[in-house]
Design a binder for this molecule. Sequence first.
Ligand SMILES: NC(=O)c1ccc[n+]([C@@H]2O[C@H](COP(=O)([O-])OP(=O)(O)OC[C@H]3O[C@@H](n4cnc5c(N)ncnc54)[C@H](O)[C@@H]3O)[C@@H](O)[C@H]2O)c1
Length: 307
Amino acid sequence: MLSGRFNSFRIFIIYVPYHPNTTDVFHLRNLDRKADFMRIGILGCGFIGTTIGGAMEHREEVEEINLIDRDFERTQDLAQRLSKAQIFGFEDMEGFIERSDLIVEAASQDVVGEIGPMILGAGKDLLIISVGALVDDLLWSELKRLAGENNARIYIPSGAIAGIDGIISASRADIEYVRLTVRKPPKGLSLPPSMQSRCEELFHIKEPITLFDGSARDAVKIFPKNVNVAATLAIAGIGFDRTEVRVIADPSVTQNRHLIEVRGRFGEMRVEMENQPSTTNPRTSYLAPLSAISTIERIISGVNIGN
Ligand SMILES: NC(=O)c1ccc[n+]([C@@H]2O[C@H](COP(=O)([O-])OP(=O)(O)OC[C@H]3O[C@@H](n4cnc5c(N)ncnc54)[C@H](O)[C@@H]3O)[C@@H](O)[C@H]2O)c1
């Protein structure tokens, strides 16, 4: 529900349709509405949720910012900084969903599986930031089905990387490979339980060490807190099994680096990113919330640039 206060205005926006036989396909759909007023729900009041809330506070089209987090103190902290905030206890998830037109998931992969279906089932639009959750093919299909059946939309921002627009376009024809190399300062890596014994070693390395070399599907499972970008690439391009990922602990870098290499019928593409980490959560790049903010602003303004 989008408050019912919309002009009739035609825009093109990336969305994920329900299609029973495809999993990782984006299409363009002609929408006939643009938001004049909108109530945004923020699920997860950490670094990303807080940055998005701050930006939405200044958009006159946003009339209400609804906040929820399993940690009620975080909800309250963010609410104190926002004049448009309404806060909800975690037990009142239904009330939070009912009160919001577009819900921004900025919490964790678990939340996408646990609460995503409720949001879309209620016909509310969902912007997913913990994209790694979509490695679960059944969940991804279910979310697309619910969006299609309930006239809701799913938005997946580019997150911490650039070039997603080019990959979506390129994947309309044959793609030979999509490769992602992630270089992180050893301290910025959250190691999986199977690698915990290497924690001490990593703090003292002098040369880069490759911690993972394999498919995006395995990368997302092994480094769930670090490789949301691998999931976004996989969904935009050639899927979780064909997208190749390397994760390198590199003592010579102070910031997260992403190198994306694509070759296909369109030609070749190479995108190199050096991301500033956030001040409050060093595992999150500052570009990630900026990307979500720009997606929401495109929804509000009705102007979509790219692709
Ligand atoms: N798409 C991308 O490129 C990208 C980039 C960076 C981070 N992320 C993902 O975005 C998410 C948020 O990142 P952040 O830096 O803001 O993290 P953060 O730790 O600063 O904040 C997360 C907030 O969500 C809350 N939360 C966690 N699990 C919850 C649950 N089950 N129910 C309700 N609330 C819950 C926490 O209490 C916390 O307040 C993470 O999942 C992260 O992996 C995605």
